[in-house]
Write a new protein. Structure first.
Length: 87
């Protein structure tokens, strides 16, 4: 959790420099469209959960096993999406 918080704080200056001019527009859309805020919160929650599970996996196995499993997961997801979309 500390790494996620520090990463967030470290990225704030870059956010302000590159996207600062659009902040008011974003706040307006987030206030008027509940789906934007819901998706933003869900995305952050699932990303945090994914990182926690990855850390637990590395602790129980090792980094190479986790890396191979992550690569296999990506291949399975790509194939699954291709099947669902009929491609």
């Amino acid at each position: 959790a500390v790494t996620s918080i520090l990463s967030f704080l470290w990225s704030l200056p870059l956010l302000a420099i590159t996207e600062g001019g659009k902040w008011d527009d974003f706040v307006e859309v987030a206030r008027t469209t509940p789906a934007v805020m819901n998706n933003l919160l869900a995305s952050g929650f699932f990303f945090y959960g994914y990182n926690e599970l990855a850390t637990l996996t590395i602790k129980k196995t090792n980094a190479i096993t986790q890396s191979v499993a992550n690569t296999a997961k990506r291949v399975i997801i790509i194939i699954g999406v291709a099947i669902v979309l009929g491609e």
